[in-house]
Design a protein around this ligand. Structure first.
Ligand code: GUN
Length: 289
């Protein structure tokens, strides 16, 4: 069976176009331009690329973006001061603190300090709580992007066994929450697997939909999946020879899958589109009338 390649680039482009139209209608109605403030601490090259891509996407959608670049030696209190200033700035609707942060900074303390109404990453405990109760304020960007890919590819999720590999706060846990919820592209039976899961291949072979987000290059192989599985690969890993690969060994898994996302061009573009959506939502929440 030749697997359908789920084209995240094209699906994200459609979504960004819609968000661009909604943004211009919002600006026309309110006179307010949605504004994302991105904070980048240090000079990790991959983070710098991610932030630049997010800013470019904002511009194309008519969303204002500003970048706050801080030195790698920035202290936690300096960063918290900037977050407080952005929280209080009524011109700023969304705040994104790019992760990872340098080791002298307590990531949780910083993410908890972001105003829940400006938390476009959906990392704040208040927003994670709302999400877990099935009444999200913001969408967790990468998981919502994966769910949107499933919806756009008309994958049947209702009653399906979704196996999520990885239990991170950014992807694995919120991914499982989205898929188990009542609603469109959800209503699934969900298993979350991690490094302590016993006999992992036995669990992954039961997956109707496998979502790999464990950060290990080409970890999932063809023997670990059943025929007809739908595979969403969240991983982005650079090999020693500079090639980008996912958490899934593409060739052997695609030979058995009914549909699969490529790396790059699968989940990555969706994360950015969801960030734009959340920034528009944040502007709506903070704009009266
Ligand atoms: N670093 C890797 N992924 C993300 C993300 O989704 N948001 C932020 N803020 N940092 C990241």
């Amino acid at each position: 069976m030749a697997a359908e390649i789920i084209d995240g680039k094209a699906i994200a482009a459609g979504l960004r176009e819609r968000i661009g139209r909604e943004t211009s209608a919002f600006v026309e109605q309110t006179g307010v331009t949605p504004h994302l403030a991105a904070v980048l601490v240090g000079d990790d090259p991959a983070s710098a690329v991610y932030v630049r891509n997010k800013q470019r996407a904002c511009e194309k959608a008519g969303i204002k973006s500003t970048l706050h670049r801080l030195d790698a030696a920035t202290s936690q209190s300096e960063l918290l001061l900037l977050v407080t200033r952005l929280n209080e700035d009524s011109d700023v609707h969304g705040i994104l603190v790019q992760l990872p942060l340098p080791s002298q900074i307590d990531e949780t303390a910083v993410l908890d300090a972001v105003s829940p109404l400006k938390d476009v990453d959906c990392f704040h405990p208040e927003n994670v709580g709302l999400l877990s109760q099935g009444r999200p304020r913001f969408q967790p960007c990468t998981p919502a992007g994966c769910q949107h890919l499933l919806a756009e590819s008309a994958v049947q999720t209702e009653g399906a066994h979704v196996v999520v590999l990885g239990r991170s706060e950014i992807v694995g846990k919120p991914m499982a929450l989205l898929m188990v919820q009542k609603g469109k592209a959800a209503n699934a039976t969900v298993s979350i697997c991690h490094s302590r899961t016993r006999d992992l291949p036995n669990v992954t072979r039961q997956a109707d939909i496998l979502i790999a987000a464990l950060g290990r290059p080409e970890f999932v192989t063809g023997e670990m999946v059943k025929d007809g599985v739908v595979v969403i690969d969240v991983g982005i890993n650079r090999t020693e020879d500079g090639k980008l690969v996912g958490d899934v060994e593409f060739t052997s898994v695609a030979a058995k899958a009914s549909a699969i996302t490529p790396v790059p061009g699968g989940v990555g573009p969706m994360t950015i589109a969801m960030l734009l959506q959340n920034t528009l939502t944040a502007a709506r929440l903070q704009t009266s009338g």
